[in-house]
Ligand binder design. Structure first.
Ligand code: SAH
Length: 253
């Protein structure tokens, strides 16, 4: 293994967007970093406000169908900055290892002999339902949950997610990155025998002032989402837990 100076890269989860949902550790690392490489879903204003004078802020965000920097370029950039002896903070939205590229970054850095430390974050998979007052599990109606991607890496060769069979095996299904494929996912669930009356919630921009929750049933949710102009980022929750929302904390937005 090559070795690379005294630099270090922190792979940091920054939560769903509200800076108050950053961990104290994430906030401290952002304040102390020499270089911050951040994603589209990171709390950008907090980063700009808190970074120390002279630090370098690099936007690596990807917009749908658009790459600001390729993953390869991000990996190289992180290694390069760390090899200059800098403390690098790579900020991911949510948690860095849950449908994030944090794992690939660490793998690359470790191969290059760069020290890499993972700092978990509050994932949108759990925070978004809870911010909409939907408990992912419930003693009353749901003991199990699965978190699945709505779309998968193009390079993945194995079988894709079987939504209907997972939905049959767990009480709550949480889908990330699913807005663009909502129609197909719902079709797969229905043709796989999931009850069309199953409640569904879509939580858009969770934790941000623009947070919005659309509630419906599997039958009809696609039209509803279209009417309401639902856009990413959003988390889709399928299961009876959605019905608890109004009973538990009706004051949540
Ligand atoms: N590592 C991230 C997930 C990255 S995948 C995490 O742990 O949260 C990106 C997906 O996360 C988005 O397509 C969306 O489904 C979800 N997401 C991230 N932030 C969100 C937010 N503030 N509100 C709703 N969904 C969000």
């Amino acid at each position: 293994m090559e070795s690379c100076g005294h630099g270090i890269v922190y792979i940091v989860g920054a939560g769903p967007g509200d800076p108050e949902l950053l961990t104290i550790k994430a906030a401290r690392l952002i304040r102390e970093a020499d270089v911050i490489v951040y994603d589209r879903l990171a709390p950008i204003k907090f980063i700009e406000r808190s970074a120390k004078p002279g630090s370098e802020l690099i936007y690596a965000g990807k917009r749908p169908g658009h790459h600001a920097l390729t993953q390869d370029e991000i990996n190289k950039l992180l290694a390069e900055k760390a090899c200059e002896g800098k403390t690098v903070v790579r900020v991911h939205g949510g948690d860095p290892f849950l449908f994030g590229r944090g794992e690939e970054e660490c793998l690359y850095l470790t191969k290059k002999g760069v020290k890499c430390i993972v700092v978990p974050g509050v994932t949108s998979a759990i925070a978004a339902p809870e911010l909409a007052c939907i408990p992912p599990t419930s003693r009353l109606v749901a003991s199990s949950l699965a978190i699945v991607p709505g779309r998968e890496a193009a390079e993945k060769k194995q079988r894709r997610v079987n939504y209907a069979s997972i939905a049959k095996s767990v009480d709550t299904l949480v889908i990330l990155m699913g807005v663009g494929r909502l129609g197909e996912i719902v079709r797969e669930l229905l043709s796989g025998g999931i009850d069309p009356e199953t409640p569904v919630a879509i939580i858009e921009n969770a934790s941000l002032p623009s947070q919005r929750t659309i509630v419906g049933r599997l039958r009809g949710i696609v039209e509803r989402a279209r009417e309401q102009g639902v856009k990413p980022p959003a988390v889709i929750v399928v299961g009876r837990v959605v019905e608890l929302r109004d009973r538990i904390c009706p004051s949540n937005p």
